[in-house]
Design a binder for this molecule. Structure first.
Ligand code: PAF
Length: 286
């Protein structure tokens, strides 16, 4: 069932809360794939009621990014959610989420701003303001749905860490459930933006997971020097790849690592043509 307004959704939430039901929220921007499916399945398995939000959040896109062309497939998304057993797809319009004056000008919106330490690196460096938009919309969704659990994928590990920090700092009464990355058999991490890749670019995209798997294998053989591990990436890169970052950070805190250890997460972002892809892996067993 698709609901487009906050007031309709709130009626359901009120009834569920009255009955003491456990509510799960899976926030998404739609164009659902197997990665989202795994989050929804987890919520349906763990909670009495599952809300999947489908909202292409305009305030987390930077100028020049793909807001207009971001894939919108609401009917198919709803079918997938119903097949898995989700109870509601919440698909508000930007006007419904942010109100008339905010649509006219961002100056009227109260934002949730995550700490500079967490956003001044990885995707936050090139996507200035992106995580302000993410935290603001996720906070709004938490307030609307009042979920007991909210499910996020490790594919967007920086986002996941920032949301956990927001929940802790603002005492938001929700438990964040972190879900593993889902990959194609080729190794490519699933992403709604994979739809933009042309066939030949899809081959190039395999470099990301190959680099990460190889770094993990080198670490397992005993290499802990980060520069040496970084060096192993270059043979996988060619002129089709524009490497934005390859960083070794603490998996939970995003602090810089001096040497690689089991708590290290390796983050990579590469642009192939116009398509920006990200991936990550932990070096320890997780
Ligand atoms: O990861 C996403 O799809 C989005 O950033 C989220 C969490 C749904 C917020 O718009």
């Amino acid at each position: 069932m698709i609901l487009h307004t906050i007031s309709e959704l709130k009626e359901y939430i009120k009834n569920w809360k009255k009955k003491g039901l456990i509510i799960g929220l899976v926030p998404t921007m739609g164009a659902l794939h197997e990665g989202h499916k795994s989050l929804i399945e987890k919520s349906v398995g763990q909670c009495d009621k599952t809300v999947v939000s489908v909202f292409v959040n305009p305030i987390q896109f930077c100028p020049g990014e793909d807001l207009e062309k971001y894939p919108r497939t609401l009917e198919a998304d709803n079918e997938l959610c119903e097949n898995i057993g989700a109870d509601v797809v919440f698909a508000p319009s930007p006007r419904e989420m942010y109100g008339e004056e905010t649509i006219l000008s961002n100056d009227f919106l109260t934002y949730v701003i995550p700490p500079y330490f967490y956003v001044n690196k990885l995707c936050g460096k090139s996507r200035v303001g992106h995580f302000d938009g993410v935290c603001t919309v996720v906070n709004k969704l938490f307030n609307i749905v009042q979920p007991d659990y909210a499910f996020f994928g490790q594919k967007d590990a920086q986002q996941l860490i920032i949301i956990k920090k927001m929940v802790k700092d603002l005492n938001i009464p929700v438990e964040i459930v972190s879900c593993p990355i889902v990959r194609e058999s080729s190794g490519l991490a699933l992403s709604s933006r994979n739809k933009y890749l042309k066939d030949e670019e899809k081959d190039s995209a395999l470099a990301l997971s190959k680099i990460l798997f190889n770094i993990k294998a080198c670490y397992a053989k005993g290499i802990t020097d980060i520069e040496a591990l970084k060096e192993t990436a270059y043979p996988y890169l060619n002129e089709t790849h524009n490497l934005e970052y390859l960083e070794f950070l603490d998996a939970e805190t995003l602090k810089e690592k001096v040497i690689a250890d089991n708590n290290t997460r390796v983050f990579i972002a590469v642009k192939i043509g116009d398509v920006r892809l990200i991936d990550n892996i932990t070096l320890g067993v997780r």
